[in-house]
Design a protein around this ligand. Sequence first.
Ligand SMILES: Cc1ncc(COP(=O)(O)O)c(C=O)c1O
Length: 354
Amino acid sequence: MNSITNDIKIIKNETSKINEVDFENLTFGNTFTDHMLICDYRNGAWEQPVIKAYEPFTIDPSAKVFHYGQAIFEGMKAYKDENDDVWLFRPDENHLRFNKSAVRMAMPEIPESIFIDGLKTLLNIEKDWVKFGNGNSLYIRPFMIAIGSGVIAQPSSQYRFMIILSPAKSYYSGEVKVIIAEHFSRAANGGIGAAKAAGNYSAQFYPTKLANEQGFQQIIWTDDATHTKLEEAGTMNVFFRIGDTLLTAPTSERILDGVTRKSVLDIAKRDNIATEVRPVLVEELVAAAKNGTLKEIFGAGTAAVINPIVGFSFRDEYFELPKLENSFALEIKEKLNNIQYKLAEDTFNWTVKV
Ligand SMILES: Cc1ncc(COP(=O)(O)O)c(C=O)c1O
């Protein structure tokens, strides 16, 4: 049956694959729901968004996304509470960041009526794919690609915005050991590091592959000019606990302004954990590891929420982190999760009902 809700055209998928999905054994980002949202930009305007069956589509081989990498995305999650209501976590932040990425990549900004209202409409249709229970969520991937044809290096005049949804279990990546970057860079001053642009991720694949071969799962990127300041990891901002103070780098045009990062800082401040947002030096980290004041390193990002790091390598030395009883990482993760799953009062007003 076809219908139009708030100017969104809905073409219902007649069949559902939900009963074929093993929700207990999901690998992250591999299973998708029955529907997707799709909205094209042509002649200087966004067209009517359509929600339809999740399926492949064709675009011209000369489309600019293939040749010049004009592509951006977001990552967010929906959670279900015990009353069967579905909740989003700070979706306005993702909408805002998406538009910042769009501007930096010479792509059109997208209005709230498509990004937020379109997402809510899609989630209402796919409610059954959001499972109740700690660790369960529906990962949301909004993205935009340049679909205009022509192998000439200039911005496209046509774009496609889409939202696809993927059910997820709690994300456990095993023990994470990191290497501190000294040669390769993820981002540079004046570059696109602060945008969630596809090329930022493909550029990390090769150095990360080399790190993997040496037994490290991730790289902590440093500033490109001097490689002395600790910045962020592949898909996470990073925090360092030295003594009882939580340190993290300030955001800049080289660092993605993470929603989890700012939420961790707000929770830490509320709960009287000392925080410092300032450049954190590699030499400071190494000195703290040597004198025993370095207690924790953890990543913060939507997929894993908080990901404790067990050790780091710099030049020829490897430093193991202590195993703590009172880990800030685990304490803050639980508090954040409780807000997301509506198990604790959301005094920050971060959660939005679908
Ligand atoms: C490069 C990078 N840094 C940090 C983050 C964390 O951001 P958020 O907390 O908004 O997911 C992500 C993930 O989105 C990322 O890709």
